[in-house]
Each structure stands twice: as C-alpha cells, then as structure tokens.
Design a binder for this molecule. Structure first.
Ligand code: PNS
Length: 162
C-alpha cells in the first residue's frame, strides 16, 4: 500500500525546523503533501504565492514532496488527496497539549486518518515562524534559521510593511 502523508501549517514563513521535518517525512512516506492553510484566523504576513514559492524552492531536491494549499477542515483535504497520515512536528511539551487536542479532534472527524508526530531536531527546538518574523522586524540575523536564499527576500518583504 502506498503511504501518503500531509504536513499542514501556516508556513509564514517556512523555517529550517519545518524543512527538517519535511525531509525526514519524505524518507518515511511515499508521498508528502506540504499543505499551506489559506483561511487561517491568524492573518498571515506573507502572501500565499510567496509562501508556495519559498517552499517549492526549499524542497526542489526532494522528488516525493508536493507543495499545495487548502482551506476548511484538514481531514477533508487529507481525504480528498488520499492521505492517510497527518504529520505534525513537536518542539516541546508546550506544543503537546494543543497538538493532542487537534489529533483527537481530527480522529473523531475522520477515524481513517492517523496523526503522527515527529520530534524536532533539537537544534531547531526554539525556532518558529513568529521568531523569524520578530528577528527580521528588529534587524537581527536570520542566518541558520531559514534557507540562505530566503534571507534577503524576507528582509525586503518585512521592510515594505514597516
Ligand atoms: O502552522 P500552524 O499555524 O500551527 O498550523 C495549524 C494548522 C493549519 C495545522 C491547523 O490550524 C489546521 O489544521 N487547520 C485546519 C482547520 C482544522 O481542520 N482544524 C481542526 C479541527 S477543529
């Protein structure tokens, strides 16, 4: 049986922590959809087109990864694309409570889909998209936090909005 997984998120922007999870998931599943939520309650800083572009360029060397977007319920989207696994990254115990609730909710909504957690690489355990945006806003270095090609682009997008 082919295993298809979906790795959902806001990816506002994608970080090296996300990319570590994507790479590791691509070694486990036949196909990994990285799915950007488009109707988030949190207003995204970067456009969907920009986020897709950054994710596509960051994963160009991983053939079984596809970048996509979705709105509405994650389990509906997972069923549409034939994914039987939802992948989530866990950084710390503080992520666990919320993710546990989401995993149980998603199982209630669609018992055929399993949520699987990958522990973050400890060198990225502090990293989040919000941290990246805050550092960029305050003029700090994004070195090692996102792919190098994104650094100039993030800084110039953030400057435009300041
Ligand atoms: O990167 P994020 O913002 O932590 O990702 C959150 C995401 C996209 C995984 C979560 O908000 C989600 O799954 N949204 C879709 C709506 C849904 O299915 N919610 C769960 C049942 S209420």
């Amino acid at each position: 049986m082919k295993t298809t997984a979906v790795y959902p998120g806001s990816f506002d922007p994608v970080t090296n922590g996300h990319l570590d999870i994507i790479k590791r998931a691509s070694g486990i599943f036949d196909k990994v959809y990285v799915a950007i939520l488009t109707n988030s309650a949190k207003k995204p800083h970067f456009s969907l087109e920009q986020k897709i572009d950054w994710l596509k360029r960051s994963t160009a060397d991983i053939p079984n990864v596809e970048i996509a977007s979705f709105s509405g319920l994650l389990v509906n989207y997972a069923n549409e694309i034939g994914a039987n696994v939802i992948i989530k990254g866990l950084r710390a115990m503080s992520d666990f409570e919320y993710e546990f609730q989401m995993a149980l909710t998603n199982r209630k909504l669609s018992p055929n889909i399993e949520t699987m957690f990958l522990m973050t690489n400890n060198k990225y355990s502090y990293l989040s998209s919000s941290i990246v945006k805050e550092i960029a806003h305050l003029g700090g270095s994004l070195d090692g936090l996102v792919p190098n090609f994104m650094i100039e682009e993030i800084n110039s997008e953030i400057k435009k909005k300041q």
